[in-house]
Design a protein. Structure first.
Length: 83
């Protein structure tokens, strides 16, 4: 069992709540991502298939992002084609 500071435990709880995960799952995912980025992951580089819940969560996360370009898709394409 790990002994964590109150600050670290509070951060883990906030992360878990934000992702609607258990604290253990949130910490595991954060550690796995960090291990992958730093190259110390024990997992092979294969990707796992996203579950329906994962896809819906990703969609909700993307929908919550601010809209940075208010042009219509047609206006964007026209601007790209004008280059």
């Amino acid at each position: 069992m790990l002994s964590l500071s109150q600050e670290t435990e509070a951060l883990a709880k906030r992360l878990a709540e934000a992702q609607n995960l258990s604290i253990e799952d949130a910490v595991r995912q954060a550690l796995e991502e960090r291990a992958r980025v730093t190259g110390v992951s024990s997992k092979q580089s294969h990707r796992r298939r996203m579950s329906v819940e994962d896809m819906l969560a990703l969609g909700a996360e993307m929908a919550a992002m601010p809209l940075l370009d208010t042009r219509t898709p047609r206006e964007i394409m026209d601007d790209l084609n004008a280059l």
